[in-house]
Ligand binder design. Structure first.
Ligand code: ADP
Ligand code: MG
Length: 359
């Protein structure tokens, strides 16, 4: 590059000095000495100027590219400033910009891969932790039975029941994991149809009433009897959402607490609010409760702890309905979880019912 920049300067300087000489020789009163001196001066001045300009530009850009390559080699990609050299005329500057954007794109890829790897590590650690608890418990009961406790009829029943309970929670965990995984990979398809949201909530309440009454938690359901609560959604999955939210409201409530469920029909949507006056959720945990396995630390040790996947599933299902879950909570006072679904016109139900009937 250096040789060629000198060569270019030499050729251009020679051309300029020849031009100056030719121009002066055309003038009548110019002497040979004058022509020689002027050409010489023109040659040296233009050679110097052209050479300095070329070398300065070429050198500076090469130095830039070189330092960029050095950074790439040392993997200090995060220190590369973002540059846009697309508009530059200088090919060197453009090369510099291309290398620069290439390096930045690779850096982004590396960051994403590192994040994924970290997520996988965390996920495996969480799963192992969650699986360990029921497995260890069952193992403990069964070994104790085998070591002789089996002969005591009372202890035998108690331990077998506890072992069965641990296995049930293991089963729940695996079911929830499967559901979440299948939803994420798109294996589970959403089946949309018109149905009455009020009926779904009534069914959930009926299912959970036994659990609630054991702790004297009262479930109150408010809606306007003459209003229409038809929605267009996946019934089974919305049942799951209501079940998770209402069960949480009972589970994280105090004995003799109250759960208030309300349905509000608006112009185009139905809003569902599930309010409890339980322990509430600290603000720092509130952002994270929808993450898989995330549980507020204190509830982790609770005997009847769930899988920590319920709200992650709720979030996923509602996202599949282009809706979202919102929550507000005050520690010691309680929480309120809300979501909304589209309001379907009553006519539509008539049509679907008719269509579903065999001809
Ligand atoms: N209504 C609620 N009141 C207080 N805390 C709640 C409530 N709902 C959820 N949480 C907190 O959020 C965590 C995550 O909930 P969830 O995903 O349903 O998992 P879990 O299986 O533990 O119920 C719970 O462990 C609990 O700490
Ligand atoms: Mg739950």
């Amino acid at each position: 590059m250096l040789v060629s920049s000198r060569g270019i300067s030499l050729i251009l300087a020679l051309a300029i000095s020849a031009l100056v000489g030719a121009f002066l020789s055309l003038m009548d009163d110019s002497t040979a000495v004058l022509i020689f001196v002027a050409s010489g001066l023109a040659f040296s001045a233009s050679y110097l100027l052209i050479n300095i300009t070329l070398e300065f530009l070429v050198f500076r850009e090469i130095a830039n590219i070189y330092s960029l390559l050095e950074k790439i080699q040392k993997k200090e990609l995060s220190q590369i400033p973002e540059k846009s050299g697309k508009s530059s005329i200088s090919p060197l500057r453009r090369i510099n910009a291309v290398i620069n954007s290439y390096a930045l794109a690779r850096q982004k890829e590396i960051d994403a891969l590192q994040k994924n790897a970290e997520f996988r590590r965390e996920f495996i650690a969480d799963i192992s932790h969650e699986l360990k608890t029921p497995i260890f418990a069952t193992q403990g009961y069964i070994h104790t039975l085998l070591d002789g406790a089996i002969d005591d009829k009372q202890v035998r029943m108690k331990f077998l029941k506890r072992a069965a309970k641990s296995l049930d929670s293991l089963d729940n965990l695996v079911q929830d994991l499967l559901t979440l995984n299948q939803m994420e990979s798109g294996v589970i398809k959403f089946v949309f149809k018109d149905f009455d949201l009020k009926e779904v909530i009534e069914e959930v309440i009926e299912e959970l009433e036994h659990k609630a009454s054991k702790r004297h938690v009262h479930i109150d359901f408010k809606y306007e009897p003459d209003k229409n609560y038809l929605t267009h959604a996946d019934r089974q999955k919305i049942y799951r959402v209501c079940q998770n939210l209402i069960f949480n409201a009972v589970k994280y409530n105090h004995d003799e607490g109250e759960v208030k469920i309300s349905l509000k029909a608006h112009k185009n949507h139905i809003q569902v609010d599930i309010k409890d006056d339980g322990q509430g959720i600290p603000p720092e945990d509130l952002k994270r409760i929808f993450e898989r396995f995330y549980r507020v630390e204190k509830s982790r040790n609770k005997k009847e702890g769930g899988t920590g996947l319920g709200l992650a599933i709720v979030k996923h299902i509602l996202e599949g309905h282009k809706s979202k879950i919102s929550v507000s909570s005050t520690v010691g006072k309680g929480s309120i979880f809300s979501f909304s679904l589209p309001l379907a016109k009553e006519k539509e139900l008539d049509q679907t019912t008719k269509a579903e009937q065999p001809a």
